[in-house]
Design a binder for this molecule. Structure first.
Ligand SMILES: Cc1cc2nc3c(=O)[nH]c(=O)nc-3n(C[C@H](O)[C@H](O)[C@H](O)COP(=O)(O)OP(=O)(O)OC[C@H]3O[C@@H](n4cnc5c(N)ncnc54)[C@H](O)[C@@H]3O)c2cc1C
Length: 440
């Protein structure tokens, strides 16, 4: 994760997230009063663009290490409507990649050390501020529906054993008992996964920011330029800062940085209506469960609250899919797994973004003079975004030692520009979809 220096003035016409549907997790919560948008010019020491897990970790850590410094977080939407709320709410500190091989065990062990530090920090913030986000150490099932999926999970099993990660091997019947579907032939139950309500967590983290940190919601940054530090333009005010952090994940390339390192990928989630009490047995006997797929294009499942199911699946490059198409595909995933619940409707359906990187590694570091960025935390942003954001704040202050962390995470490799990128995405997703088969 090396520095990427550009020179001269930067002025870009920016796009920021505008989703067609509201976030279901946010809609299931009581309304929250957002912080006011920026209505005047402002000068601070540090500005952070993006109030997701990464941006809030940067802001909190800067304040922890240097309480007198002036910090502002600028968020385009309301907290609870960004991807930090739109996710499936799985988190934890044990690192066990989906395509784990025994050679990766040592690397995973080192990464786990960094994740544990950040995860414990996050949990202490949740505890100290009484953030109610339905947090449970419910564990998670890695599930395989196909022979290929099972073979891949057996590799994961070896790494779990080598790294002494608490787990239980599950048969088809075990999985059926827990989650009510006999769709999966093999599974591994990982004890150290926490399930939570992601909109409640990110809202809680924003509302618990120490008072000197200023947060402006509904304030899209429309342009940035270098001028004795950095100048950020927003619809009703200009922010001047000495140092700037881009914590916008999939939207970092829209600022003109890391365009050859990451792409914006949309993925979808849907939540059913409440399932009637007399049919609740159809979603298994575990009061809380989550299932992660054995293939990267596979489907994630979760029981939500007492009587709803969440289905997360589908990918699109740089833009949302047609809404009716996305709904049809997610329904197909749900009905294949629970044919007896075919009449249960989806109450919520939404898209969210992640920053895709070719080799799965994030990009973290200094991208220009006084400009820092962290993105590409993909499907594990709750813990990884927090960890990388915390380290980014320290880097901005010239504090701490980050080489070991950076080396263990690797750095996002080069991705071809358009039109090759879109062609590549379509080819790879067609081939991988075939491979994933019923894991989708
Ligand atoms: C459907 C889905 C399921 C997922 N499941 C999981 C899971 O179970 N566990 C997990 O850990 N991760 C999961 N993820 C990934 C996780 O949500 C991301 O990794 C995480 O949100 C990244 O956090 P972040 O703070 O880096 O970026 P984001 O959460 O994307 O935050 C960036 C913020 O920047 C703001 N922004 C962008 N452009 C501008 C601008 N111009 N001006 C001002 N603000 C701007 C955005 O509005 C956004 O709020 C999932 C993601 C999706 C979409």
């Amino acid at each position: 994760m090396r520095s990427l220096h550009c020179s001269g003035i930067k002025m870009a016409k920016l796009t920021y997230p505008r989703y067609s549907n509201l976030c279901g997790w946010n809609a299931m919560l009581p309304p929250r009063q957002p912080r006011p948008s920026l209505q005047q010019d402002l000068t601070v020491d540090y500005a952070i663009i993006g109030a997701g897990y990464t941006g809030l970790a940067v802001a909190r850590r800067l304040h922890e290490l240097n309480p007198d410094t002036r910090i502002a977080v600028i968020e385009a939407t309301t907290v609870g409507e960004g991807s930090s709320a739109r996710n499936s709410g799985f988190t934890g500190s044990d690192v066990l990649p989906r395509n784990a091989s025994i050679e990766m065990a040592e690397k995973a062990r080192i990464q786990t050390g960094f994740f544990t530090e950040a995860f414990d920090w996050l949990m202490s913030i949740v505890r100290d501020n009484g953030i109610g986000c339905d947090l449970k150490q419910a564990g998670s099932i890695r599930g395989a529906a196909t022979e290929l999926g099972e073979a891949s999970l057996r590799n994961v099993l070896e790494v779990a054993r080598a790294n002494k990660i608490a787990h239980t091997v599950l048969s088809r019947d075990d999985i059926h008992r827990r989650i009510g579907t006999s769709y999966y032939r093999f599974g591994i139950y990982m004890q150290d996964t926490w399930l939570l309500q992601p909109a409640a967590l990110i809202r809680g983290l924003a509302d618990a920011l120490p008072a000197p940190i200023q947060l402006f919601e509904n304030t899209p940054v429309t342009a940035i330029r270098k001028s004795d530090g950095w100048v950020l333009e927003t619809p009703n005010g200009v922010v001047k800062c000495k140092k700037l952090a881009l914590a916008t994940n999939a939207f970092i390339p829209k600022f003109g940085y890391l365009k050859s390192r990451m792409a914006t990928i949309y993925t979808y989630a849907a939540v059913t209506e409440e399932i009637a009490d007399d049919r609740i047995g159809e979603i298994g006997e575990s009061a809380a469960w989550g299932l992660l797929p054995s293939h990267r294009l596979g489907t994630t499942l979760r029981r939500i609250g007492r009587n709803r199911v969440m289905v997360r699946s589908l990918y699109a490059h740089e833009g949302e899919l047609d809404g009716a198409y996305a709904a049809r595909k997610l329904r197909d995933r749900f009905e294949r797994r629970w044919p007896n619940l075919r009449d249960v409707q989806f109450e919520y359906l939404w898209a969210g973004t992640t920053a895709f990187t070719m080799n799965g590694a994030p990009w973290w570091g200094q991208a220009d003079d006084g400009l820092y960025a962290s993105g590409g935390c993909n499907g594990s942003g709750i813990a990884k975004g927090t960890m990388l954001g915390r380290h980014l704040a320290e880097l901005m202050l010239g504090f701490g030692e980050h080489d070991k962390m950076a080396a263990s995470m690797g750095t996002a490799s080069w991705i071809a520009p358009e039109p090759f990128r879109s062609i590549g995405f379509n080819v790879i997703s067609t081939l991988e979809s075939r491979k994933a088969g019923l894991e989708m």
